[in-house]
Design a protein around this ligand. Structure first.
Ligand code: SF4
Length: 378
């Protein structure tokens, strides 16, 4: 029985210049055929007993789920209702873009039991939004938060980005001011990573992407943490901040290395010691389902060593860190026996602390997380 369920909707009405997710431009795509295939995949998963009494969390991501029309969203939710038991469900989330989350879609999401919205705002600077290739403006984000509240949503989160091309620290401060003025219970903020096969990557290779330097980016991260703390919004993961009771249960399942099922093109899953991913291209995904097979493209049996590595580098992303007790219960070994050398070295470098039965990043380590995580990878 899986703890989480991720459902992928790979359609977008615009393609952002930094995005390397599995997505396609909406126009001329077989959207309804895809939704039929997705419904069939969920049915196969249910037949195979993957859901049992149902997942603890459902997360619909993309792409952009709100790129779907109201009718298409209804079809998606009908498929979920048919195949996914909700006996254990404690969190039902959907990603959304500000300019697509219309009042009728909000009403439908509410009616279908969605309780949490994760809205891709990214910035409150008009020029930076254009540069990212986003189609919404700053006012759309403010409007959609008002509309979501009017529709009865309380559990709202927005995503922000920093370290953007040409972004100044003053622009970032302004975005933080406007984001915090919304008084939301949850914020995610990620530094830009320029991924291959994106517009930004090509521009970078031509020296046409004026990224802020590492020091400026670190200053932006510091400002983010300070402003969240001043507002009483606690950092619980490197890039995630929430008031009490509003941490993302679904995302915590990933960092706690728990099981999750993935449905939809390019979705990933993890259960019974096996990580798998579905076919990414829509045609391959839909063909597999049409042939009566689950559209799994590749599987990987996770060795006990890999599982312990994952426990460390995923768990250390959380500010609470890794519990020595949990590690012992899960693996029958002491974390100090397996990783004593790495932990001692990182403690000497001031990047990790091991106290009260927990191993966690120090304040300095939070800035150098990737360096820490790499030490646990064999
Ligand atoms: S960032 Fe989101 S909206 Fe933009 S192209 Fe990627 S998936 Fe689509």
């Amino acid at each position: 029985m899986t703890d989480g369920l991720y459902i992928h909707i790979p359609f977008c009405h615009q393609i952002c210049n930094y995005c390397d997710f599995n997505k396609v431009f909406f126009k001329n795509q077989p959207v309804d055929g895809y939704l039929d295939a997705l419904g069939e995949e969920l049915r196969m998963m249910e037949d195979q007993g993957i859901f049992g009494e149902g997942p603890l969390t459902i997360f619909i991501g993309g792409g952009t789920p709100t790129a779907l029309s109201v009718g298409q969203l209804e079809k998606l939710f009908d498929s979920i209702a048919r195949s996914v038991p909700k006996g254990r469900l404690i969190e039902f989330s959907t990603e959304a873009n500000p300019d697509e989350l219309t009042p009728d879609k909000l009403a439908l999401l509410k009616e279908k039991g969605v309780g949490r919205l994760s809205i891709g705002v990214q910035s409150f600077d008009e020029g930076l939004l254009r540069r990212l290739g986003r189609t919404h403006g700053p006012a759309d984000a403010e409007r959609v938060v008002r509309d979501a509240r009017d529709a009865g949503f309380e559990n709202l989160s927005i995503d922000l980005m920093y370290g953007l091309p040409g972004q100044t620290i003053e622009q970032w401060e302004d975005t933080l001011d406007r984001a915090l003025a919304l008084d939301l219970p949850h914020y995610s903020a990620y530094s830009l990573i320029v991924e291959p096969k994106t517009v930004f990557y090509n521009l970078m290779n031509k020296n046409l992407l004026p990224l802020p330097g590492e020091d400026t980016e670190a200053d932006m991260f510091r400002m983010l943490m300070e402003r969240m703390e001043q507002k009483g919004i606690r950092q619980y993961e490197i890039s995630n901040f929430a008031v009490d009771g509003f941490q993302s249960v679904h995302n915590k399942l990933y960092w706690q290395n728990r099981t999750y099922a993935g449905a939809g093109a390019g979705a990933h899953g993890y259960s019974d010691g096996v990580r798998y991913s579905n076919h990414g291209p829509l045609k391959k995904y839909m063909n597999a389902v049409a042939e009566g097979r689950r559209p799994v493209f590749e599987t990987h049996n996770v060795t006990p060593e890999e599982e312990m590595e994952e426990e460390m580098f995923l768990g250390l992303r959380m500010i609470a860190g890794v519990s020595a007790d949990e590690f012992r219960k899960r693996f029958g070994r002491e974390v100090g026996d397996v990783y004593g050398k790495q932990i001692r070295q990182l403690e000497e470098e001031g990047l990790l602390s091991a106290e009260d039965g927990r191993i966690r990043l120090t304040d300095k380590g939070v800035f150098l997380g990737n360096e820490v995580f790499a030490r646990f990878i064999g």
